[in-house]
Design a protein around this ligand. Structure first.
Ligand code: FE2
Length: 253
């Protein structure tokens, strides 16, 4: 695993070197995120009864899941897939192009590539192997927990200049988009495209409570206090308060 972390560091280093002062924090954020997602994946693996090989595959996929972010940002100057390209499939292509995982057995490498390509899909395809499904679910949970960690400080006392992580969404006090609110009410994940302000983004992060696959991740969302922090930043209305109990019940399930 140490060797694979080293290869990842060698791969990202030129992106960091060639970035200007404005771009460097964005690149560094994605590097730190990759390692934090790896840490989360380790915790999930430790909470499950997995074979050593499957646990290793999931953790490799976790480190490499956002490989596509680096060429994406260099080519388009954004992390918004809707304005550039799908960073999941670009990531799998990039790993192949740079031979980053050539030391792995072919089957294991293919599972990692599949998990990278699928990690950012709104839902997983029905017909994939159990192994690929487990690895991808571990990466998706690990990713979500870390994305919430990254976004919460940016959402607190929002200043202009924070647009990259917040996808250009603006603070509109008291506003929520009905379709996004409805999704959380119905216990399903909100859609990125439906968001029109920061409160929608807060709701979308809360809706992830319904899309976490493992008990570790649900407990972690509670333990880190993300539900209360996000709820407190949302409009103080009955509609918003009504979301609280079902979310807590879901996370305790
Ligand atoms: Fe990603």
């Amino acid at each position: 695993m140490e060797h694979l972390k080293e290869i990842f560091n060698e791969f990202v280093s030129p992106y960091l070197q060639s970035a200007n002062d404005r771009e460097r924090p964005d690149i560094q954020l994605k590097i730190d995120h990759s390692f934090d997602v790896f840490e989360n994946s380790r915790n999930i693996c430790n909470s499950l009864q997995l074979s050593a090989e499957l646990a290793e595959t999931a953790q490799i996929a976790a480190i490499y899941h956002d490989t596509g972010r680096f060429p994406q940002y260099r080519a388009y100057g954004t992390f918004k897939d809707s304005e550039s390209c799908n960073h999941g499939t670009l990531g799998a292509r990039t790993v192949l192009k740079h031979n980053l995982l050539n030391g792995l057995p072919k089957k294991q490498r293919n599972t990692v590539l599949g998990a990278i390509a699928l990690h950012n899909r709104s839902a997983l395809p029905a017909f994939i192997s159990d192994e690929l499904r487990t690895c991808t679910e571990i990466v998706r949970d690990s990713d979500k927990i870390d994305i919430i960690k990254i976004l919460i400080p940016h959402m607190t006392g929002v200043q202009s200049g924070n647009e990259v992580p917040l996808m250009g969404l603006k603070e509109k006090p008291g506003e929520v988009t009905p379709a996004v609110l409805q999704a959380v009410k119905e216990g399903r994940q909100g859609a990125y495209q439906a968001m029109s302000c920061l409160n929608d983004f807060r709701l979308l992060l809360l809706s992830w409570a319904y899309d976490l696959n493992f008990e570790w991740s649900r407990k972690e969302m509670l333990k880190r206090g993300y539900v209360d922090t996000l709820m407190n930043q949302l409009p103080d209305t009955d509609q918003i308060h009504a979301l609280h109990t079902p979310i807590i019940e879901q996370l305790n399930s």
